[in-house]
Design a protein around this ligand. Structure first.
Ligand code: MG
Length: 435
C-alpha cells in the first residue's frame, strides 16, 4: 500500500474508496481524533468520505479540515492523528493518502502496522465516533508562519509577489498570508476548482506561462507550489526559476545566519549546499532521499533546518514537515533583506557534474556487491541509501533506482580532471558488480 511518500496511485485503479475505508478502519481505532484534509483533486472528497466512514466506524472522532495544504493538515493534527488526501505533484487523475501522528509523518513501521491491520480486517465495530468540521486550521497555520518571519521588514518593502498555486491546496492560504504579511500580491491559478491550468509539478516546463506573466508584471519574485503546497519553487525578478540547488543553498545560508546548528540534507546534495552550510558555520548531516528521513534525522540531531533540492524544506522551529507556505514567506523575507534573489543565486557556485545509469538484472544484488567493495572508494562514507563518499573537493553517489533495474552514479568535483578520475573509480566498481 505505502510507497516512498505514503499511498499514491491512479484513483479508481490503485487508490480506491475501499482502500481509503480500510485505512480509516485501521488507523482510526486507537481512541484519538483524526483530522482529515485534502487537496483540490475531484476524487479527494470520495476518499475523504470513505476514510472518515472507516475511522468513525471504529469509534474515532473525525475532524474535517476540508481543502488545505499538507503542512496545514499536519499542523492541525499536532496533538492527535492526521490524514492528508493528496498525490502531491502527480497528475490530477492520481490521488493518495499521507498519515500523521502528533503533526509528524508516521514512520515506515507505523505504515506497515496500518497496512497489516487493513489486510487482516479484524475490526471491532462499536458506537460510531463524532464528526465535526473546522475552518480554523488555515488560520492557525497562518499564525505559525507569520510568527516565524520578519513581517515588519516585509511590510516596509512591500514586494510585488506573484503566487501560482497551480489550482492546488496552496490556493486557500498562500495568497492571503502574503497579503497579511504586507506584500503586493498577484494571484495566478489560485482557484481551488478541481480544474488545473498547469501541470501540478512546479517544473520549468509547467511554469513557462507563469514566467511570462511574472516578467510582464515586473514581479519582484514568484512563488509556485505543487498540488499540496509542501513545496515552493521560486522565480527571480526576471521571471526565471532559481536553480534548485541555488534555492536550497540560499535558504541554508539564511537559516544559519539566524541560528547556528546542524542542517540536514540528502545523499543527492551538491557541493554548493555543503559549501553554503560550512561557509555559514553550520554542520552538514546527510540522509536518504525523502522528507520522512530528513524529518527523522532533524529530530534526532536537533537540527535547525532540513531541505532537499526539489523545493521541500523543513523548518523545525515551526514543525517537522516540509512547508511550502513557510518556505515561500522565507524567500520573500530573503528578498526584502537582500534585494535581488537573482544576484544572490548567481553567487552560489556550481561545479562540474557527471551522471550515468547502468542497467542491471537484479538491482538489489548488484547494490550488495557494490557495498561489499565500496571501501575502496575512500572518503567519508554514508550508506543510508546506496553509498555516498565525500571528499574535501568532491563527492560520488552510487545508488539503485527505486523503480527501475538500474544503478545510478552521480559525481561532482571542483575540477574537471578530478571529476573524470573519481567517476572512473566509481564506474569500475559498478561494472564489476552488475554482471
Ligand atoms: Mg507535495
Amino acid at each position: 500500500m505505502f510507497g516512498t511518500s505514503g499511498i499514491r496511485g491512479v484513483f479508481g485503479k490503485d487508490v480506491t474508496p475501499e482502500l481509503a475505508l480500510g485505512v480509516g478502519l485501521a488507523f482510526g481505532g486507537n481512541g484519538k481524533a483524526l483530522f482529515i484534509g485534502r487537496d483540490t483533486r475531484p476524487s479527494g472528497i470520495v476518499l475523504e468520505n470513505a476514510l472518515a466512514a472507516g475511522a468513525l466506524s471504529v469509534g474515532a472522532d473525525v475532524v474535517r479540515v476540508g481543502v488545505a495544504p499538507t503542512p496545514t493538515v499536519a499542523y492541525a493534527s499536532r496533538s492527535s492523528l492526521g490524514a492528508m488526501i493528496t498525490a502531491s505533484h502527480n497528475p490530477p487523475e492520481y490521488n493518495g493518502i499521507k498519515l500523521f501522528e502528533k503533526g509528524e509523518e508516521i514512520s515506515r513501521e507505523g505504515e506497515a502496522l496500518v497496512e497489516k491491520k487493513a489486510r487482516e480486517k479484524n475490526w471491532k465495530l462499536g458506537e460510531p465516533g463524532r464528526e465535526r468540521r473546522i475552518t480554523t486550521a488555515i488560520h492557525e497555520h497562518s499564525d505559525l508562519v507569520l510568527g516565524s518571519v520578519n513581517v515588519s521588514l516585509i511590510a516596509k518593502r512591500k514586494p510585488k509577489v506573484l503566487i501560482d498555486a497551480g489550482n492546488g491546496a496552496g490556493s486557500v492560504i498562500t495568497p492571503y498570508i502574503l497579503r497579511e504579511a504586507g506584500c503586493n500580491v498577484v494571484a495566478l491559478n489560485c482557484e481551488p476548482s478541481g480544474f488545473f491550468a498547469r501541470g501540478l509539478e512546479p517544473s520549468i516546463q509547467n511554469l513557462e506561462g507563469t514566467s511570462r506573466i511574472a516578467r510582464s508584471l515586473g514581479a519582484d519574485l514568484t512563488i509556485a507550489h505543487d498540488g499540496d503546497a509542501d513545496r515552493a519553487i521560486i522565480l527571480d525578478e526576471k521571471g526565471e526559476m532559481l536553480g534548485l540547488d541555488a534555492q536550497l543553498a540560499l535558504m541554508c545560508g539564511e537559516m544559519l545566519s539566524e541560528k547556528k546548528g546542524t542542517v540536514v540534507t540528502t545523499v543527492e546534495a551538491s557541493l554548493a549546499i555543503r559549501e553554503a552550510i560550512e561557509n555559514h558555520g553550520g554542520k552538514t548531516e546527510i540522509t536518504s532521499v525523502g522528507s520522512l528521513h530528513v524529518a527523522q534525522l532533524l529530530k534526532k540531531r536537533g537540527g535547525i533546518f532540513g531541505g532537499e533540492p526539489c523545493g521541500e524544506y523543513i523548518f523545525p522551529s515551526t514543525h517537522l514537515v516540509p512547508d511550502g507556505i513557510m518556505a515561500g514567506l522565507k524567500f520573500v523575507e530573503l528578498f526584502c533583506a537582500n534585494g535581488s534573489l537573482r544576484e544572490a543565486a548567481a553567487k552560489v557556485k556550481t561545479y562540474p557534474m557527471k551522471r550515468a545509469k547502468y542497467p542491471c538484472k537484479d538491482r538489489k544484488k548488484s547494490m550488495e556487491k557494490i557495498l561489499g567493495k565500496a571501501k575502496a572508494l575512500g572518503g567519508k562514507q554514508n550508506r543510508g541509501d546506496g553509498v555516498r563518499a565525500d571528499f574535501d573537493d568532491s563527492w560520488v553517489l552510487i545508488r539503485a533506482s527505486g523503480t527501475e533495474p538500474i544503478i545510478r552514479i552521480t559525481c561532482e568535483h571542483k575540477d574537471k580532471k578530478g571529476l573524470e578520475a573519481l567517476f572512473s573509480k566509481a564506474e569500475k566498481l559498478v561494472l564489476e558488480s552488475i554482471g
